[in-house]
Design a protein around this ligand. Structure first.
Ligand code: G
Ligand code: MN
Length: 262
């Protein structure tokens, strides 16, 4: 199991503004697999904990490696589940690991879904997020709009980033209902002074519409899939080379899209 890194893009400038660490694993043949096929492993709290410990450890090691090479990756967003907060001491543990590795806490973002605010152990979540946030770790609310939390949480928790779930982005160009939800989330986030990131951008049309609606950041296969740590420097240099105009990065990376629509 190891983290792969998907870039997050400034849709206005095409610059990479950070990465999200996504779990990938290699099967017996060495092929890279996504987490779906090992979803059952996450039902076992011990295994789930071991997996996420390893993911965090590896992400911090990768960040240390990039810092040593002078690679300006900006930040890595790390997904944290409710079970991890329930352990207690989560925030302190993360900060200690960053400190031990000499990685500034501002390099790390934590992504939580709305469900971490619900149910058993929810009281630990607020404490943990406040501790992390006070040390400069930014908190993102992931898959926004698909959970069961209340809008109150946006005010009560130290959330600075909202990530629009890919299920809304997928059909936003053809489904006015999805577009209405995307627009509402963008407006809500901006009114609260938060950064809004659209997930799952696969087409130039989606990226263009998101920009029109005022969403400045996004990630998705249009720009890049998640790549192994050693490919991150290449991705960053193509981003720096491709900053000459709107969506040129997407054009450059996906030349077959060049011919139409743009
Ligand atoms: O939970 P979260 O929203 O962070 O989900 C991330 C998952 O979505 C990852 O497994 C990642 O591989 C996948 N993903 C990332 N970009 C895209 C995309 O453009 N399209 C699709 N279908 N999936 C994506
Ligand atoms: Mn995420």
């Amino acid at each position: 199991i190891s983290p792969f890194y998907q870039p997050e893009i400034d849709l206005n400038t095409n610059e990479i503004v950070g990465f999200e660490a996504l779990l990938r694993w290699r099967d017996r043949d060495g092929a890279v697999q996504s987490p779906e096929r090992i979803a059952a492993a996450f039902d076992d709290p011990e295994v789930a904990t071991a997996i996420s410990d390893r993911m965090l450890e590896r992400s911090i090691t990768d960040m240390r490696g990039w810092l040593d090479k002078g690679i300006a990756f900006k930040s890595v967003a790390f997904n944290v589940s409710a079970a991890e907060f329930r352990r207690g001491g989560f925030a302190e543990g993360v900060l200690e690991q960053l400190d031990n590795a000499g990685v500034p806490s501002s390099c790390l973002q934590i992504e939580v879904t709305e469900t971490v605010f619900l149910g058993q152990g929810a009281e630990y979540v607020l404490t943990a997020l406040k501790i992390l946030n006070s040390e400069g770790v930014k908190i993102a609310l992931d898959d926004f709009g698909t959970g069961y939390a209340s809008l109150r949480h946006l005010k009560d928790f130290p959330v600075e980033i909202i990530k629009i779930d890919q299920s809304f982005v997928r059909n936003m160009v053809v489904d006015p209902g999805d577009e209405a939800i995307v627009r509402a989330v963008i407006n809500l986030g901006q009114s609260l002074g938060m950064k809004v990131v659209a997930e799952g951008i696969e087409s130039i049309e989606q990226a263009r519409r998101l920009l029109e609606l005022g969403c400045d950041f996004g990630q998705g296969y249009l720009f890049s899939k998640a790549v192994p740590a050693d490919k991150v420097p290449d991705l960053l240099s193509s981003s720096a080379a491709g900053t000459t105009g709107r969506l040129s990065l997407a054009r450059q990376w996906r030349p077959r899209l060049m011919t139409s629509n743009v």
